[in-house]
Design a protein around this ligand. Sequence first.
Ligand code: ADP
Ligand code: MG
Length: 243
Amino acid sequence: MTAQTPRLEIRNLTRRFEGKTVVNDVSLSILPGNVTCLLGPSGCGKSTTLRMIAGVDMQDSGTIHVDGRLICDTITRVPPERRSIGLMFQDFALFPHLSVGDNVAFGLKGPKAAQRERVMQLLGRVGLGGYVDNWPHELSGGEQQRVALARALAPRPRVMLMDEPFSGLDNRLRDGIRDETLALLKEEGTSVLLVTHEPEEAMRMADEIALMRDGRIVQRGAPYNIYNAPVDKAAVAFFSDIN
Ligand code: ADP
Ligand code: MG
């Protein structure tokens, strides 16, 4: 395997619901440590794409590889928990009956001491080292979000899938948490596929943007290039509400 093997590669993914093609021949690859934003208006098929990669939905055709390993085609289907994929969704809440520390440790295996060390490393890193024995409900929304990020990163997933993870947060907090999240993802070297309908978020976080519309990827490139040379009038209009 060379350094350039993509962490995540999806090829020709297609998904139909009741005869309607919701994801249409979507291909993408993400290199190690890179953040790709799947950007597009509501209903264009972003979450469905993520759900197939996570393994909670099944494509009608196409393939998914992680680190060059086949994860899913129409015959093979590696179960979600064996895909080395981390998830962060807007409504992916902490487990209310587990302490903050036990939430972060949830996906960990192996010796307890090593688990504890990883939990404390991540909680310390997100500024919540003192909250390991607290209950989730004792934390603010922004703090819970940081714990959710620590939980998702704890097992060192090869790829992190994030579906509008910041949309439940107050405007005032959002930019700060976006920046902190991005910094931690970069430190951990995690490759990320982040779904958003907000151009501003994609511009802020992405190494590469994949612009999606009506189930298809209509343009891919560096944020600066997509912003400056949108593929068509609809893309211009979509980006026009950034200030
Ligand atoms: P996005 O995340 O971009 O807003 P989705 O992937 O959630 O879009 O949905 C894309 C389209 O697929 C929508 O028209 C939605 O109604 C439809 N869809 C999603 N899931 C299902 C389902 N389980 N059954 C039928 N239609 C669905
Ligand atoms: Mg969605």
